[in-house]
Write a protein of this length. Structure first.
Length: 133
């Protein structure tokens, strides 16, 4: 059964939640931003998982890690996602699940994959944040 995964990313951790084809959500998983821990979690996901992530300040390295693990990231607009989720009082767990549901439903902003040319930005670019460095 296909899973649609939402990733609510923060500075020091991310919260992942999977939603299946029937709309049933898994228990959210908090993953620390430590290279070994983050990579191990991504490698534990089903092959070629589709993962929705909000385009916040440090999404570059997270998308790089998702692609490294051969997953398919979908970049979403945080304001649009919040409106579509209809949850004015968001929490990390609700965000992860909500992003997975939006991806499952094919909501605008999650229907295209991550623009590859952006992931090719020079790693030393001053705007590119990477907590592993």
């Amino acid at each position: 059964m296909q899973q649609f995964i939402g990733c609510d990313a923060h500075k020091k951790f991310s919260v992942f939640a999977a939603v299946d084809e029937r709309g049933k959500a898994s228990k959210p998983v908090r993953v620390e931003h430590k290279r070994e821990v983050f990579r191990a979690y991504l490698e534990s996901l089903p092959a070629s998982s589709e993962i929705a992530i909000e385009s916040m300040g440090s999404w570059y390295w997270i998308v790089d890690e998702m692609e490294r693990a051969r997953h398919i990231p979908h970049l979403t607009n945080p304001l649009e996602a919040k409106k579509r989720m209809g949850k004015p009082n968001k929490t990390d767990n609700l965000d992860g699940r909500g992003l997975g549901i939006l991806l499952r439903n094919g909501a605008p902003g999650t229907d295209g994959t991550f623009p590859r040319f952006l992931s090719l930005l020079e790693p030393s670019h001053p705007d590119r944040l990477n907590p592993f460095e």
